[in-house]
Design a protein around this ligand. Structure first.
Ligand code: SF4
Ligand code: SF4
Ligand code: SF4
Ligand code: FES
Length: 717
């Protein structure tokens, strides 16, 4: 470590590493230097002149966002000269600004408004007419109001550098300068809204939030996105029981500020008019609304009758429900219904990976590892489409730390633009893996991420390949949905209890698996919680009593005898586990009248059946999980404060039946999210917009089938 540099800011003696930017050195010492264009993690721009400071022995004011600290430097950040300069900058920025704060979406949380209050640029010497340009809609998500724009280029940089999309640019010069979309009058892009949230003023606004409310009128609830498995923290803005917006501007959680379109805008399924608000019971061949008491009594009576005559049950759990719900569902199935016929839609081979890694500590990579590793190898996944946060992390790692990224995929992927890539048909990945061997073995460390095509024996082969490199290797099994990993850890598997203990430990034998349950002709009762298998395969339900818990009358729910209206993940408390194994807390934001959380339904049903499942409180269930699932023994308080906790749910052998044919990825894209996505008007409107052409990745990258590019690219500094 080189010696630190010593300098003075506002009379305080400070020190920092050589090369530290003055703006960051001051921030570290608790001295805020105002800035519009400077943004952590993005390239320096020095466009706005808001960060001017006085540096002794220099003739002019200096921009703190590009000036590194130097030995003996003496800086004044709040002198009369500095304040006057900032006031002048603001006066200039307001030359054409409409000053429509009372109707602007950003009012109350606008950085320009805050600065004007602080430095008082209420007067102006400009008497010319302001240039007016009409507001434009660039996509269902993004609106642009040029007169409000202060040309800080944050939007241009987050889109180009952060996401690798580069859909925004700048046109014209001087006062006529404007931000422009990549297709002239509209955007072809990820529709992630990052540009909107990063905009310091109200120039970019979102199709979901604009003109609906003020920030202080909402309750702000920190929770976890319910769509893909990446586990992004999101803060829901809730007003009158409705989610109005979602963002993560406080940068808490494993994702910092990142959210894709699904996390930022696809919460609207929650308010969809087709949400179920009353239980349904089939009478006279039709599903009819009934009270909760009647629905619970109907199911309890039937389940008790079947138990009494050793009836055959099948239970399908969910990739979206909480760890607490999954844990209690398997307990209900095994202890009350007396069945091991329990499974869920498996989207990645987590058990085989854990078994193959038996005996090793820290062999599973976390989300922060992906930002810090020297090298990563992606096998069979289009990350930008299927795992947007992971794609963002790896790209940020490449930009900030020059990490080497390698990708072996069947088709073109966004990583082609900076990674060493090879095309391989599904099942032929190992043929091309060898061509990377020498380069991978020369890395200091490696993370291997693999999709659902690598399963069963292929997982063991991949781990053997990792071992043969002779460097430390960590792994990520890329599962699909918000709690796919938790469903597996909590024992929604026919042969494995919570924590991957063999079902034999509970005195039972392994039961029917997912496909067997759904096609069994001799089941007496089938209970499907938070899953819609009928959208993917035919169910055999003739003569079977079918109970479904769901938010909507899905293809599966339509075949039920009783439907319980379920609360969504945004309406409940509990925990979920991300694809990279971080356990995180979900918190209740809105509430849908008539719906209940699955956890509440399990306990009410057990009570109605005169059975006892223990304490119904999510925190108490989590304590029970902590006792039986390795890695989950974490302090609740740490989760409560929003800390993600890493888990390795097992460190030993698992006796498993390899069932690779049961592992099937739903291959959701950025704009689809299984059944939930179908009820998001925002996702549907984006899919129908002109920008939908962008979904063709070949068009995006121009990389051809069969090509191999063995060199990684160097990021622009
Ligand atoms: S919505 Fe996202 S992808 Fe589209 S322009 Fe904005 S930052 Fe870029
Ligand atoms: S639209 Fe917003 S983020 Fe983009 S340059 Fe203008 S003010 Fe900056
Ligand atoms: S990356 Fe996944 S978890 Fe994050 S916002 Fe998008 S869908 Fe949600
Ligand atoms: S923040 Fe320094 S010039 Fe904009």
């Amino acid at each position: 470590m080189p010696d630190p540099v010593k300098f003075t800011i506002d009379g305080r003696q400070l020190e920092a590493a050589p090369g530290t930017l003055l703006i960051n050195a001051a921030k570290e010492a608790g001295i805020a230097i105002p800035a519009f264009c400077y943004y952590d993690g993005l390239a320096l721009q020095a466009a706005c002149r808001m960060c001017l400071v006085e540096v002794e022995k220099t003739p002019k004011l200096q921009v703190a966002c590009t000036l590194p600290v130097a030995e003996g430097m003496v800086v004044h950040t709040d002198s009369e000269t500095v304040r006057k300069a900032r006031k002048g900058t603001l006066e200039f920025l307001l030359t054409n600004h409409p000053l429509d704060c009372p109707v602007c979406d950003k009012g109350g949380e606008c950085e320009l408004q805050d600065m004007v209050f602080r430095y008082g640029a209420g007067d102006t010497r400009f008497r010319e007419d302001k240039i007016h340009v009409d507001e434009k809609q660039w996509s269902p998500v993004v609106y642009y109001d040029a007169p409000r724009c202060i040309l800080c280029y944050r939007c241009v940089r987050i889109c180009g550098e952060g996401l690798g999309v580069s859909a925004l640019g700048i046109a014209n010069r001087g006062a006529a300068s404007e931000i422009v979309p990549n297709r002239g009058d509209h955007l072809d892009c990820d529709e992630c809204g990052a540009c909107i949230d990063i905009c310091p003023v109200g120039a970019l606004t979102s199709g979901t939030y604009r003109y609906k409310t003020r920030p202080w009128e909402m309750e702000h609830v920190g929770t976890i996105c319910t769509h893909c498995s990446n586990g992004c923290k999101t803060t829901l803005g809730v007003r009158n029981g409705e989610i109005i917006r979602a963002n993560n501007r406080d940068r808490s959680g494993i994702n910092g500020e990142f959210l894709c379109i699904k996390g930022r805008y696809a919460f609207d399924f929650n308010n969809h008019p087709e949400r179920l608000t009353a239980p349904l019971v089939r009478t006279g061949g039709e599903l009819k609304p009934v009270s909760w008491a009647i629905a619970l009594a109907t199911v309890a009576k039937k389940f008790n009758e079947l138990r009494a005559r050793n009836g055959k049950f099948g239970v399908i759990g969910s990739n979206h429900t909480t760890n607490e719900e999954n844990y209690i569902l398997q307990k209900f199935a095994r202890q009350i219904l007396g069945t091991s016929n329990i499974d869920h839609h498996r989207t990645g081979d987590v058990p085989t990976l854990l078994d193959a890694l038996s005996g090793r500590e820290n062999a599973l990579a976390t989300m922060s590892d992906l930002y810090e590793t020297n090298a990563a190898l992606i096998v069979d996944s289009d990350l930008a489409q299927e795992h947007p946060l992971i794609a963002f992390q790896l790209r940020a790692n490449w930009r900030h730390h020059k990490a080497h990224v390698y990708a072996i995929t069947p088709g073109p992927v966004r990583e082609d633009s900076y990674a060493a890539t090879a095309r391989a048909e599904l099942g032929k990945e190992f043929d091309v893996l060898e061509s990377f061997r020498e380069r991978l073995a020369a890395e200091q460390q490696l993370i291997i991420l693999f999709g659902a095509a690598i399963k069963g024996h292929a997982v063991r082969r991949l781990v053997a390949f990792g071992d043969s490199l002779g460097i430390p290797v960590k792994y990520v099994a890329l599962v699909d949905y918000s709690n796919s990993r938790g469903a597996s850890d909590m024992g929604l598997l026919p042969g494995l209890l919570p924590g991957y203990r063999h079902v034999r430990e509970s005195g039972m034998e392994a039961g029917l698996n997912y496909d067997e349950i759904l096609s069994a002709a001799n089941l007496d009762a089938l209970w499907i919680v938070g899953s819609n298998p009928a959208s993917r395969q035919a169910l055999t339900t003739s003569g079977t009593f079918v109970v479904v818990n769901d938010l909507f009358l899905t293809e599966t729910a339509r075949q039920a005898d009783v439907v319980f209206p379920a609360a969504s993940a945004y309406e409940k408390n509990g925990t979920v586990t991300s694809v990279t194994g971080e356990v995180q807390k979900v918190a209740r934001g809105p509430k849908t009248m008539g719906a209940k959380s699955d956890l509440e339904v399990f306990f009410l049903l057990a009570k109605e059946m005169r059975q006892n499942l223990g304490s119904p409180k999510p925190d108490d269930v989590f304590r029970e999980i902590s006792q039986s699932v390795r890695g989950y023994n974490v302090p609740l308080l740490a989760l409560e404060t929003g800390s993600p906790i890493r888990t390795m749910p097992l460190n030993g052998r698992i006796e498993i039946e390899p069932n690779p044919e049961l592992i099937r990825s739903a291959k959701n894209t950025l704009f689809t999210s299984g059944t939930l996505g179908r009820f998001s008007n925002m996702l549907n409107s984006v899919l129908e917009s002109p920008g939908a052409l962008y979904r063709d990745p070949l068009k995006e990258t121009g990389v051809r089938e069969g090509s191999v590019q063995l060199e990684t690219q160097t990021p622009a500094s």
